[in-house]
Design a protein around this ligand. Structure first.
Ligand code: PLP
Length: 448
């Protein structure tokens, strides 16, 4: 039921992420009330397909009693206890299950409250380790333009979305950003192979310019998600990790979006991109979004280098009241069981070709300047007049118009400025994929 009081309460009191201050208090946000499978229903009773799976996270879809029951049971049994000096059974069990699925020797799961704190913890651990190893200058983090790694001060400091950086401060000198790895940005006569060579040289030159003795880690999303689903050229990650390891630089793979099935595997680093990172960060799909939780997963090699005799007297003094929260861990275990039992990873691999074909099928529409994606991740970049981007205001306006048109036709979209990003719940059926792209196509045409 539409409720004008609630609209006012939301506008007057709920300050949202990425709040546009000019419109604050006058927003017309959609109120979502109920959900089932890949659908959410708004306060007007309209049923909409959830294009972004909440925010890249509702892997197993909505309305899963099994997860709700597991959370309720756990809340009744033990809702919470401090993880600092004690532990709980479900978090220990969940850590073991994550370690079993994480590639190679990534066996140490540091639970956090979400993706930003996972990235924060990963970087703090890298700094901690270098202090312990007697390398106090080795602290710089190399990241990339368009990367998004979170919203804590530290994770934001290594995020490279320039359009988000206009009004907030960052620490000086911590991060170095490599140029855009989107092959769309290559020169008119440049082949993708040459572009790839250039990107690898960007990384190596940055390490050499900054000095390997000053560079601690390279952080990269396998696919830059919020930056607009940027898929780097084939072989990029493998060559990057080789460069990193040649210079004693750690590789942090930020799998907050790509882990837990988005590309058809538990983790994409090894199974899709054939790399063995030193640290993986994850969140979102870890619990299918039913409860907040993230994790930084460290390799045996890293942990062994600073523990036991080598770590005498040292404390990694980083952690949260809600590290390993039992109710979140119960949600995560239940979600993992569903993914396994229902063969959801296999399902993603099966429907990916159809999803990608429908996505690229929109490439010729007038407003569309690029279509790109992999797995169940896709982006349709739109712009007035066919240039890659318009002014920021124009791009926001265009994204908002397409979003409004989609919502009126039964699809929730997540416009990232002028980029329509699609990352539906992983259980989406072939018919629902068709339905989603049918609505999107109609909306883009209507706005044109
Ligand atoms: N890392 C990546 C790759 C993300 O996409 C996000 C969020 O979208 C984050 C980190 C931050 O996660 P959270 O919003 O859970 O803090």
């Amino acid at each position: 039921m539409e409720n004008t009081n609630v609209k006012n309460w939301d506008n007057d009191h709920f300050m949202h992420p990425w709040e546009g201050m000019g419109d604050m208090g006058q927003n017309e946000r959609a109120f979502l009330e109920t959900s089932d499978g890949v659908y959410v229903t708004n306060d007007k009773g309209q049923k909409l397909i959830d294009g972004p799976a909440g925010m890249w996270c509702v892997q197993v879809g909505y309305g899963r009693d099994e997860i709700a029951d597991a959370m309720a049971d756990q809340a009744r049994k033990l809702a919470y206890f401090s993880p600092f000096n004690n532990t709980n059974t479900v978090a220990a069990e969940f850590a073991r299950e994550i370690a079993k699925r994480a590639p190679g020797d990534l066996n140490h799961v540091f639970f956090t409250t979400g993706g930003s704190t996972a990235v924060d913890s990963a970087i703090r651990f890298v700094h901690f380790r270098n202090n312990l190893l007697g390398k106090p200058t080795k602290k710089k983090i190399i990241s990339r333009q368009k990367a998004y790694h979170g919203s804590t001060y530290l994770s934001a400091a290594v995020s490279g979305k320039e359009r988000d950086r206009l009004w907030l401060d960052k620490p000086d000198g911590l991060a170095h950003f490599l140029p855009d790895v989107n092959p769309l940005m290559r020169g008119p006569d440049q082949s993708v192979d040459d572009f790839l060579d250039e990107k690898i040289a960007d990384l190596e030159n940055a390490i050499l310019d900054l000095g390997p003795e000053n560079v601690a880690a390279f952080i990269a999303e396998p696919v830059l998600a919020s930056g607009g689903v940027i898929v780097p050229p084939k072989g990029y990650h493998k060559r990057c990790i080789e460069v990193c390891h040649a210079h004693d630089v750690l590789y942090i793979s930020d799998e907050v979006v790509t882990a837990f099935g988005r590309l058809g595997h538990w983790f994409a680093s090894k199974d899709v991109f054939d790399i063995q990172p030193d640290i993986i960060t994850c969140a979102k799909g870890l619990t299918s979004g039913y409860a907040p939780m993230g994790a930084a997963i460290f390799s045996d090699r890293l942990i062994d280098s600073v523990s036991g005799d080598k770590g005498q007297g040292a404390v990694f003094s980083n952690g949260y009241t809600y590290s390993g929260h039992p109710v979140s861990a119960a949600a995560g275990m239940a979600s993992m069981n569903i993914i396994e039992r229902e063969g959801i990873l296999e399902h993603v691999r099966k429907v990916t070709p159809q999803f990608q074909a429908r996505l690229h099928g929109l490439a010729d529409l007038d407003l569309v300047v690029d279509t790109r994606g992999t797995g169940l991740m896709g982006c349709i970049q739109c712009s007035y007049g066919g240039s890659k981007n318009g002014t920021l205001d124009q791009d926001y306006e265009l994204g908002a118009k397409i979003d409004t048109a989609c919502q009126s036709k039964g699809l929730v979209l997540r416009p990232l400025i002028n980029m329509c990003v699609m990352s539906p719940p992983l259980v989406i059926s072939p018919q629902q994929i068709d339905e989603m792209f049918y609505v999107l196509e109609g909306a883009i045409k209507a706005v044109t």
